[in-house]
Design a protein around this ligand. Sequence first.
Ligand SMILES: [Zn+2]
Length: 394
Amino acid sequence: MEMEQSMTETIKLYDRDAYATEFDAVVLSCEAMDDGAVYRIVLDQTLFFPEEGGQTPDRGELAGEPVLDVQIKQGIVYHKLAKPLVPGTAVHGKIDWTHRFYNMQQHSGEHIFSGLVHRAYGYDNVGFHLSNQIVTMDFNGVLSEAQAEELERKVNEIIVKNLPIQTGYPTAEELAVLEYRSKIELDGPVRIVTIPEVDACACCAPHVARTGEIGMFKIMNMQSYKGGVRISFLCGFRALADYRQRIQVISELSAGLSAGQEMLVMAVEKLKNANQELKYKLTGEKQRYLTEKIAAIPKEQEHVLLFEEDLEPLVVRNAVNQLTAEHTGICAVFTAAGENGYQFILASAAQDVREIMKEMKEKLGARGGGSAAMVQGSVQATQAQLLDLLRKAE
Ligand SMILES: [Zn+2]
């Protein structure tokens, strides 16, 4: 049942102290959802930061039970658990500090970058998404590679300066004259996150106390997005984890290609060229094989139906042209495509082959089309089914 107090906003302990990891609270309500598969719990106060403003929620435990999700609605924080908690009882909660701190590193890094972009170019961060793997921010203006690189460097300089990051609630009068990002008309107090000389922004998320704790800021990717740019980046320990992974990939590639890191691009290029050359040679071999095979077919044979393994479209076309020049009936080459399927070209020097195509479509669900002299397409059928249909058409 819902208790009276659950109508009031949850006290947000994460707002007061971003570094606290454990807390005590009283269960105000516990509601069974999805036929009792999960329970939605409201506490009088919480350290769990909910999914809000594009950021994933905190992880952790409540009364020893893992918290599956945390949402906020009209100031009330809802914790999702697999087991119920008894309203009126006291519970102990614990957040996953590693996950929280990693999120704090990303979010504080984002504020510095967005603040610098705003100051230098006047663009706004119009979209922010912080997942456990990557962080993205969308700006309503275009940045060049060089500009993004310069900003990346500046963010890291501000990290090194170890500036304080302050959070607070200015009065309505102070807010009215304060220059800050995300300035929208809000009812009630507005939480402002300030990095002196760098940025002031309305934000409800936990932040690191000093910029040095961000460790590092690294842009991973930048692409055009809705007339502006979408930049993905990583900070701190998540950047370190990504760096490790990249080194692992490069080491394996280096070993596999027997090339140092600086030679890898060239080694892959070489490999691609060699592969292209082999393909070209193989196509030539297949062409020669098929030409000889067709030449060996007695000229008096009217119809010729060939079933071949995996051939390039050009080889098939050449073969059909050779066949129709030497045989008057239906000439076709079927080349295996996937399991129990063929691609084909079917032609005739004397007969309208569109009739056969029509029948193949109707009886075997073939796809494709063409002219009276030549049709091409694909069909999911066995060789026996195709031969059966074509022999009747002959
Ligand atoms: Zn923020």
